[in-house]
Design a binder for this molecule. Structure first.
Ligand SMILES: [Zn+2]
Length: 455
């Protein structure tokens, strides 16, 4: 990192994820991974005559900046950048024509992969559906583009938007899609509804007992309603859905990346399937990965598998690497599956669902901590309070696990990501100073990926 002092305020190290609003293409092109540029000598690119917001309180605005190998060399007035930022015969100049430039957004929690937003781009989209009737209309429109017998998946329905505030059920889906198996995930991602054909394929009926950590909702006659609560219950149906062809997975992810770029998101913390990660890797090799991705792994996977994935995916590449272990300890408020210390005020029959027994959680956490993994639990506020101190005491390493609490969700899928007390303090300080976790990098501004599922 080449820093320049004097009148030009130096760029912060690594501040390369920059977004030009209005016409993003010029700079996005410049910041793409340099998959095919390895043989070319690195060169400096100067961007001139922009309205550049730096996020630096001392020098919030600049007219020009110079970039080399993905890093901002310097940023300031045009004369400062021209005179003080080096450059040579190879230096390229891009005229910004007063376009607005700012640091890109980092989204700290997304599911980009095929089972998340990727599939959502191809599947029936139910976000914002204002009634069951609208859900049925959108489903019927999707039926028209599927052959009988083909699986129809989708998600985003939110019963809190409907006047009756009740979940939908298999009979309502059957009205719209009698000949296709259907699985539609709630906006919280903690429950889903399956139609009769999907339940039949999954061999579920009223005699099937609830799985550990999940529930098949039943009506007063004991019949399954089609509502599947939490992963273990949803998995009975999901496991029957065939894997998408590689081309379909890549197509979905490509659409998501375009949506990220359109909304100014230049880096994400992602939690998807390993096949998705391999697809990101192919896209990177093809020079088509347009966001930096840190991939969370799944906490409950066998330790050996986690270590293999960490070895395969690496931990240092600035564009694509593995990161922390995410585990979901309980459900979400909107679906009444978030674990509570007392019964829900609007449903006295339940205190939510604890997905993993505390003792098992503790032993897995200790094992993974010793293996050098960072742990990011996602829990309800009640659980955060109850479990944080126990886990804090159990984990011996200096890894910055996420064990205190901050609110991470609103609306139907409210829960919390939990941050340790020491870390919370540091984070507050960083935010005050406009700095992100990476030393010296401009603070990211959270922007949740539109329509991304939440869990
Ligand atoms: Zn999640």
């Amino acid at each position: 990192m080449n820093r320049h002092s004097g009148a030009t305020h130096p760029a912060r190290a690594g501040a390369s994820a920059v977004l030009v609003l209005v016409t993003a293409f010029a700079l996005f092109a410049a910041f793409r991974p340099q998959a095919h540029a390895a043989q070319e000598a690195p060169r400096t690119v100067r961007y001139l005559h922009g309205r550049i917001y730096t996020n630096d309180p001392q020098h919030p605005w600049a007219q020009a900046m110079a970039i080399r190998e993905g890093n901002i060399l310097c940023i300031g007035s045009i004369s400062q950048v021209m005179l003080e930022c080096g450059g040579d015969a190879n230096t390229e100049t891009v005229e910004l024509h007063e376009k607005f430039v700012m640091p890109g957004f980092n989204d700290a929690h997304v599911h980009l992969g095929y089972a998340g937003a990727g599939q959502g781009m191809l599947a029936v989209r139910l976000y914002g559906a204002a009634s069951v009737e609208e859900l049925k209309q959108r489903l019927a429109a999707s039926v028209a583009s599927h052959k009988p017998g083909e699986w129809i998946t989708g998600g985003g329905w939110d019963h809190t938007l409907w006047s009756e505030k009740q979940f939908t059920n298999k009979w309502e889906l059957d009205d719209a899609a009698p000949k296709n198996p259907v699985l539609l995930t709630h906006v919280s991602e903690h429950i889903a509804v399956a139609n009769s054909l999907a339940l039949k394929i999954a061999e579920l009926d009223k005699n099937t007992p609830n799985p550990s950590g999940g529930e098949f909702e039943r009506n007063s006659a004991g019949e399954l309603t089609g509502i599947l609560k939490e992963g273990p219950a949803m998995e009975f149906v999901r496991s029957r859905i065939p894997d998408p062809p590689a081309e379909q997975r890549r197509r979905g992810i490509t659409l998501v990346l375009a949506d990220l770029a359109k909304n100014g998101v230049t880096s994400v913390q992602d939690n998807s399937e390993w096949e998705d990660f391999r697809t990101y890797k192919q896209l990177k090799e093809d020079g088509k990965l347009t966001a930096r991705i840190t991939e969370w792994l799944h906490f409950a996977e066998p330790l050996n598998d986690l270590q293999n994935k960490r070895a395969e995916g690496g931990t240092t590449d600035p564009w694509l690497k593995t990161g922390a272990l995410k585990f979901v300890a309980d459900g979400a408020l909107g679906s009444r599956t978030a674990a509570m210390l007392e019964p829900y005020s609007d449903d006295a029959k339940t205190t939510g669902i604890l997905i993993m027994e505390p003792d098992k959680l503790k032993s897995l956490a200790i094992e993974r901590d010793k293996a050098g993994f960072q742990i990011n639990p996602r829990r309800s506020p009640a659980l955060c309070e109850a479990q944080s101190h126990r886990l804090h005491a159990a984990l011996a390493s200096n890894h910055r696990h996420a064990l205190g609490r901050i609110p991470a969700r609103g609306g139907a899928h409210q829960g919390c990501l939990c941050l340790g007390h020491a870390r919370k303090k540091r984070r507050a300080s960083r935010l005050r100073h406009g700095l992100s976790r990476r030393r010296g990098r401009p603070a990211p501004r959270s922007s949740r990926l539109r329509n991304a599922p939440a869990s």
